[in-house]
Design a protein. Structure first.
Length: 70
């Protein structure tokens, strides 16, 4: 449910609210954690915050290291 809310806010251009939702999704469910981090990273990119986006994607690569090319 937090992913859906985050996607809605992201679509509406409310990226900060979307990021909050994706972080909440990460906290409450390990099933959607990687997807939530991925979406969070994209919203940081939408805000032109490269440092935070990079941090999100690095966190994601630590969670599933074998899914990314070196």
């Amino acid at each position: 449910h937090w992913i859906v809310k985050g996607n809605y806010f992201s679509f509406m251009g409310a990226n900060e609210k979307a990021i909050q939702c994706f972080r909440k999704a990460f906290e409450v469910s390990s099933d959607t954690a990687t997807y939530a981090i991925f979406l969070e990273g994209h919203d940081w990119l939408s805000l032109n915050n490269i440092d935070e986006a990079e941090f999100s994607f690095e966190k994601l690569s630590r969670l599933i290291p074998d899914s990314f090319m070196p």
